[in-house]
Design a protein around this ligand. Structure first.
Ligand SMILES: [Zn+2]
Length: 260
């Protein structure tokens, strides 16, 4: 073999969770793509100002890795609407922040850059869900809405397993103290997910808040995993809105699909 033949195809930077070992899934990082500058390198979002040719090349690489999957996404608006995805989904991209399906071969994909991507699977009843939870979606309880939508497709909360992917951490997610107070009022147990900051400010643990909401929706605490670092701290590996400090940035894809 020549050295060229020995070298593997460019690998996607994927973080996985043992909680979702029964489903095809990954929390992608930003390495391995064709985009440049602030979108470097694996940006799959067409609407953030990146070069369309680079985004198309990134999608080509993704599809080369997952030739049997079709991808469903939504136009994310920081709400709590969860859509049911079937074979007739095609290229719809309705507004919403979550999707569920019982159809194998459909990858549910959410885009983030600091917000929390949440992937859910009930392997016993073969139902999956993917959610995007920023602070607004967390307050709106997208986590609970996602679990309810899965239950409507036949899942049981006690058999749902969850992984919350790379997101801004308690170390970096500074918000106004008023907002932190709102979380503490509205989400049972949220006080343990916040700590004081500078005067008038506080820090929130977005992933811990969503863990609380998933537990409140009936998931076994042991079945909820957290994957990957704080996106702002790990800005070389993950896109981070806060690290970009107001400039445009790419978005990373998190996805999961049921095996055929
Ligand atoms: Zn951090």
């Amino acid at each position: 073999m020549t050295p060229l033949e020995q070298s593997p195809p460019p690998a996607l930077d994927l973080a996985a969770s043992p909680a979702l070992s029964g489903a095809i899934h990954g929390f992608m990082g930003r390495a391995g793509g064709a985009s440049a500058g602030r979108y470097a390198t694996f940006n799959l979002a067409r609407w953030v100002g990146d070069d369309p040719a680079a985004v198309a090349e990134n999608w080509r690489r993704w599809r080369a890795a997952y030739p049997r999957l079709t991808v469903a996404t939504v136009a994310q608006i920081h709400g709590a609407a969860v859509h049911r995805v079937g074979r007739d989904w095609n290229d719809r991209r309705p507004e919403g922040d979550g999707m569920v399906t019982a159809e194998p071969g459909i990858a549910l994909g959410v885009f983030t850059a600091d917000c929390a991507p949440i992937l859910l699977a009930d392997p016993a009843h073969r139902v999956i869900g993917a959610l995007h939870a920023g602070w607004r979606g967390t307050l709106a309880n997208i986590a609970g809405a996602g679990v309810r939508a899965m239950v409507e497709l036949g899942a049981r909360p006690a058999s749902i397993r969850a992984a919350i992917g790379p997101a801004i951490g308690l170390c970096c997610f500074e918000v106004d103290a008023d907002l932190a107070e709102r979380f503490i009022r509205e989400i049972d147990g949220a006080a343990a997910c916040a700590r004081p900051g500078r005067p008038g400010k506080a820090y929130l643990d977005l992933r811990a808040l969503n863990r609380r909401l998933l537990e409140r929706a009936g998931l076994d605490p042991q079945a909820i995993d957290e994957v990957g670092p704080c996106t702002r701290c790990a800005r070389d590996r993950y896109f981070s809105r806060r690290a970009a400090a107001g400039a445009a940035t790419g978005l990373q894809l998190s996805f999961l699909a049921l095996h055929e």
